[in-house]
Design a protein around this ligand. Structure first.
Ligand SMILES: Cc1cc2nc3c(=O)[nH]c(=O)nc-3n(C[C@H](O)[C@H](O)[C@H](O)COP(=O)(O)O)c2cc1C
Length: 401
């Protein structure tokens, strides 16, 4: 048998994990560190990955699954699939085609994508790539682009950015709320120190994101004044007013904050610990989802609940949906697929997740995603580890609700 490995042959990628190995061989050390690194010792990232395997399905049998409906209503529009490409910055570090190549693959496969504020290409160029690809498929792709907002601390600049996003035609705004500062990315710290030593002790020159006035420098090393430590719930009113469309808060990690999001009239929350890249020892995305399901199930009627972090298999997607998620985001697998194979990798990654989702739906005994419900999974091992209100008799916890 020929000794061909995944990096040379896309056909050899049969799980999303295969893209990671292929990307590692292709990427520069700096780009690899940027994508793969996480905060501190990596606990937050690891628990994202581990927790999906700590819950099991409770399949039902003989339930007529000849045809399947994998569609979902997401923020007022029909989505072909219940998963999307979540926001990732500086995709130019993955592949020269950067975000436009990602968007081409997404559009061909009809999957939605959230475009980061911190892109390598301008937000207009990225939207144009989507429009051009749409024309090639006679405007038949259901793909929609959403925009992830890092709120610039300067309100005038923030409003200018929101207006540009609106004018370009993005559907919804996903405000990242877990980034009052940059997480300590250990692997990147080592790399930075080595770079400094190699340059005779001088600070690295920060490469500006060539085509994005609002982007960071490179690889998640933010320029000064880029993140907003002063952001509060009150800011949501002027942002929502300026935007005038659906708003989702990205990076919610507790039931108390979901309650506030409802109170502040948000259309959605994305339960996420930023792929384990921000706070050390964060709850996994799944743990937060369980917390909402347990203590505030009404949330699922009041707004749309999204999840990202560590989802690597179509089965993981279904587990989240059983617990009430509207749709889920997938990050690194798409970064790696783009890095190793460009647009075709993005298509293949979507095919892999779709096939796994469909196989699992059939064997779970559901022909439509609306039939999923919490009794289709056993989450007992995780429920034992879940936060319990009042465990420390913290009398004034209510003050935060
Ligand atoms: C390379 C990379 C870049 C990211 N850039 C952003 C970003 O610009 N804005 C943001 O809100 N989240 C960003 N994230 C976090 C993702 O949106 C998402 O929460 C996370 O990747 C999901 O976990 P997963 O990679 O395990 O799927 C980034 C994550 C990665 C891996």
């Amino acid at each position: 048998m020929a000794n061909i490995k995944a990096p040379e042959c896309l056909d050899l990628c049969v799980t999303t994990g295969d893209f990671e190995a292929a990307a590692k061989e292709k990427l520069s050390e700096k780009s690899w560190v940027y994508a793969s690194s996480s905060a501190a010792s990596g606990l937050s990232h690891q628990s994202n990955l581990d927790d999906w395997s700590r819950i099991n399905f409770r399949p039902r049998i003989m339930r007529k699954v000849n045809t399947l409906d994998t569609s979902r209503n997401v923020l007022g529009k029909k989505s072909k699939l219940p998963f999307f490409i979540t926001a990732m910055g500086t995709l130019g570090s993955a592949h020269p085609g950067a975000e436009p190549s990602l968007v081409q693959g997404a559009t061909r496969k009809g999957i939605n994508a959230v475009i980061s504020t911190a892109t390598s290409k301008s937000l207009e160029t990225i939207m144009q790539a989507h429009i051009d690809e749409q024309q090639k498929v006679n405007n038949r792709s259901p793909t929609r682009l959403d925009f992830q907002l890092y709120v610039p601390p300067d309100r005038k600049k923030a409003k200018e950015l929101i207006q540009r996003v609106k004018a370009a035609g993005y559907h919804s705004l996903w405000i990242t709320v877990d980034s009052s500062t940059q997480g300590k990315r250990t692997a990147d710290r080592y790399l930075q120190e080595r770079e400094k030593l190699e340059q005779g002790g001088r600070e690295m020159v920060r490469e500006a994101a060539a085509e994005n006035d609002f982007g960071p420098a490179f690889g998640g090393r933010p320029t000064a004044g880029y993140l907003h430590p002063g952001l509060t719930w009150e800011d949501l009113s002027w942002i929502s007013e300026e935007w005038g469309g659906p708003v989702v808060l990205k990076g919610i990690q507790s039931v108390e904050d979901v309650k506030l999001a409802v109170q502040y009239g948000m259309q959605g929350v994305l339960l996420s610990n930023h792929g384990g890249r921000q706070i050390h020892s964060a709850p996994s995305a799944l743990m937060t989802l369980l917390e909402i399901r347990t203590y505030y199930p009404e949330a699922f009627e009041k707004l749309e609940v999204f999840v990202d972090g560590g989802l690597r298999d179509g089965a993981d997607v279904l587990k989240a949906l059983c617990l009430g998620a509207t749709a889920v985001g997938v990050g690194r697998p798409y970064f790696y697929a783009l890095a190793a194979y460009g647009t075709e990798g993005v298509e293949k990654c979507t095919e892999i997740l779709t096939e796994e989702l469909e196989i699992c739906m059939k064997m779970l005994g559901v022909s439509s995603l609306d039939q999923l419900h919490p009794d289709m999974i056993n989450a007992s091992p995780l429920l034992n580890d879940m936060w319990r209100p009042g465990s420390f008799k913290a009398g004034n916890l209510r003050a935060h609700l």
